[in-house]
Design a protein around this ligand. Structure first.
Ligand code: TYM
Length: 333
């Protein structure tokens, strides 16, 4: 029988702004579900966030807040390795080597690069361009088998596999070939204001995004303003993208099936549906809010979590790096 404990899971989120309901539904909720059966590493990928300018003081606070948000989402620091990417320098070392195994043509195809460079026209730096290679290094460093992510990361994951296969072909088996795990429902939560665009931490229109840290009032307001249509029927259909998105949120946060949501609101209008959805979200986030405060009041503990996380991650990362250095012919010190 397969022993899942030997299987490795890696995933991460960029510490910019704060976690959104999209991050939670598309990724973190599923991370939590994996912690009892696998060896999971969940990183706060701070180096990735440097691809856009950060205010250094604010950035430190955001990074810590992200770790606290991971903990408040219920990720157990005993079962999971929780750490900051920059605390394990092997990520950048491997990234450089893998850059030399990645073609410009491949990076040119990355849709996130195209989107992000559109948005940051005055700062299209080479970090933004080679970002998917750092992401590949994050994953391959730990001999990762499964990467639980939302749909927007699929292309990066495919590139990561291609790089790993290319390296293995050149030097013999070195990296495990990772698979992505994308949820069947909730893989792409859309903006509440523009339901054809994904919900994002960095959306200029904050009304489109629910943040896990939003107060009850704000959640209620954002939900009331959520864009719907003139049908006034709670139906799960591509013709009604706004409502479809809200049903998806209801189903994943309220833990009931899409069919049940549709049945429950049969014959009821959007007003009642949105109000009750806001309540489901508020209830769903209540434990998060309480835990967030508890951990914020206990920063000594939070510090021990990331220090221990970095130690455990480094141990695994260094094992892979030793092999990589030797395979590419770098001399040992
Ligand atoms: P990031 O920080 O944008 O998002 C973190 C996770 O949340 C998912 N996600 C969503 N899921 C559903 N609906 C949405 N609207 C939504 N928005 C975000 C993302 O798919 C992701 O799983 N490049 C990555 C971070 C990263 C990473 C890695 C991930 C760096 N190295 C290695 C996995 C493995 C990113 O920017 O995610």
């Amino acid at each position: 029988m397969e022993n899942n404990h030997q299987k490795i899971i890696f995933s991460g989120a960029q510490p910019t702004g704060s976690l959104t309901l999209g991050n939670y539904i598309g990724a973190i909720q599923n991370w939590k579900a994996l912690e009892k059966d696998y060896q999971c590493l969940y990183s706060i990928v701070d180096l990735h966030s440097l691809t856009v300018r950060q205010d250094p003081k604010e950035f430190q606070k955001t990074c810590l807040s992200f770790l606290v948000q991971y903990l408040a989402c219920g990720l157990d620091p005993e079962k999971n390795i929780l750490f900051f990417q920059s605390h394990v320098p092997q990520h950048t070392e491997l990234s450089w080597i893998l850059n030399c195994y990645t073609y410009l043509g491949e990076l040119n195809r990355m849709t996130q690069f195209k989107e992000k460079s559109q948005k940051n026209k005055d700062n299209i730096n080479s970090g933004l361009y080679s970002y998917p290679v750092l992401q590949a290094a994050d994953i391959l460093l730990y001999q990762t088998n499964i990467v639980p992510v939302g749909e927007d990361q699929k292309q990066h994951l495919e590139l990561c596999r291609d790089i790993a296969l290319r390296f293995n072909q050149a030097h013999g088996d070195t990296f495990a070939i990772p698979e992505h795990r994308i949820p069947k429902v909730g893989a792409r939560i859309m903006s509440l204001q523009e339901p054809d665009k994904k919900m994002s931490k960095s959306d200029d229109n904050v009304n489109g995004t629910i943040f896990l840290m939003d107060t009850e009032d704000i959640i209620l307001k954002k939900m009331k303003r959520a864009v719907t249509d003139s049908e006034n029927k709670v139906l799960y259909s591509d013709e009604q993208p706004g409502i479809k998105n809200l049903i998806t949120i209801y189903s994943t946060v309220g833990n009931i099936s899409i069919e049940e949501v549709v049945k429950k609101y049969d014959g009821k209008g959007y007003g009642a549906f949105k109000k009750e959805l806001a309540e489901v979200i508020i209830e769903g986030l209540r434990p998060f809010k309480e835990k967030y405060q508890d951990y914020m009041n206990n920063m000594d503990f939070v510090e021990t979590v990331y220090k221990r996380g970095a130690e455990r991650a480094t141990e695994i990362a260094e094992r892979t790096m030793k092999e990589v250095r030797s395979k590419v012919g770098l001399l040992t010190k």
